[in-house]
Design a protein around this ligand. Structure first.
Ligand code: NAI
Length: 307
């Protein structure tokens, strides 16, 4: 295929039996990838044993158009087994799409430890376990593309989803560090925060929206980020329904006090409008660029009175 081809590449998509993951797996396979279709076939709450037939059904779809894929029914909570499967079947892993997910909603005062732990286990530990197993292999081959799946809930918060939100923002923390570590080995790691119709969201959207915001509107970005032409690393994108937007940090103008001078809670309150003022904001994109302003402030303000 001309354009974005995955001939010779091996792609793992976790949670690929339904929704977004299925759409990603089909498209990677259509573009020539050999795909590990992982899915334990559970319910949306992560509470049942599941069935391997869910992953196999997607493999059957791929086989039907002449693509190559293998089904894997392991949980991402044992993500190293999924990577082992890819290496056993296809001998390499080029792209990992961490997509598997569940929801276990409860208001925070009613949330049990089990609710908390399963959300962290599937989303954050699952992304860790799978990526950690693929990472040495990618480092050795000096090639890798990893896509993490976050969520608007994770970025902005959502009542009843404290567990999910914590895990979903956590996966972007993983992305940001791995992007820095992976860069010199040509391993690029990015995060998407998708919006799509799926069984996870059918209670949230109207039937009309469910018919409109299909998973196929998220997949093109995932495929592009999974390709060798991927131009980004460490980035976060909101994607869905025909929109793709990059997100980034924004730092307000802020307040400054002389180095070595005490300041009080009352001073902080007085300076609140400056602390909240985004009219002269900047966009630090690394810990170094964030710290640079502090270093400059200390240098500039040593013994010098405030303007
Ligand atoms: P879905 O329920 O259709 O698909 C998720 C798949 O993950 C299911 O097939 C499920 O069996 C599988 N899965 C669950 N736990 C697993 C585990 N431990 N190991 C392996 N597979 C497992 O849901 P959807 O919407 O396609 O979600 C995909 C990802 O996108 C999830 O991470 C979800 O949190 C995220 N997301 C989806 C949004 C949406 O609008 N659909 C919004 C924001 C995030």
């Amino acid at each position: 295929m001309d354009g974005i081809s995955f001939d010779g590449r091996v792609v793992i998509v976790t949670g690929a039996g339904n929704g977004l993951g299925r759409s990603h797996a089909l498209e990677f396979a259509r573009r020539g990838a050999r795909v590990v279709v992982n899915d334990l076939g559970g319910n949306i709450n992560g509470g049942d044993e599941g069935t391997a037939s869910v992953a196999q059904a997607v493999v059957d779809e791929i086989s039907a158009f002449g693509g190559q894929a293998v089904a894997n029914g392991d949980s991402v909570a044992e993500g190293e087994r999924i990577v082992e499967c890819a290496l056993d079947m296809f001998g390499q892993v080029d792209v990992l799409v961490n997509n598997a997910g569940i929801i276990r909603n409860a208001l925070f005062h009613q949330m049990t430890l089990a609710d908390w732990e399963i959300a962290l286990k599937v989303h954050l530990d699952g992304a860790f376990r799978t990526t950690h197993a693929a990472w040495p292999h990618m480092r050795t081959r000096q090639y890798g593309r990893v896509i993490m799946t976050s969520s608007m809930s994770g970025l902005y918060g959502m009542p009843t989803q404290a567990n999910y939100c914590a895990a979903k923002l956590g996966v972007h923390g993983l992305t940001q560090s791995l992007a820095i570590e992976g860069r010199e080995r040509n391993i690029m790691v990015n995060t998407i925060a998708p919006v799509s119709a799926s069984r996870l969201t059918e209670a949230f959207w109207t039937p009309e929206m469910m018919q409109t915001i299909v998973p196929g509107m998220v997949t093109p970005l995932v495929v592009m980020l999974g390709h060798e032409a991927c131009p980004a690393t460490g980035a976060l994108y909101e994607v869905g329904g025909g929109l793709i937007n990059r997100m980034r940090w924004e730092r307000s103008r802020g307040a400054r006090w002389d180095v070595g001078k005490d300041f009080t809670a009352e001073d902080v309150l007085s300076a609140w409008s400056s602390i909240e003022d985004f009219s002269e904001s900047d966009h630090p994109d690394s810990a170094a660029s964030s710290a640079a302003i502090l270093v400059a402030h200390i240098e500039r303000r040593k013994g010098v009175p405030l303007d």
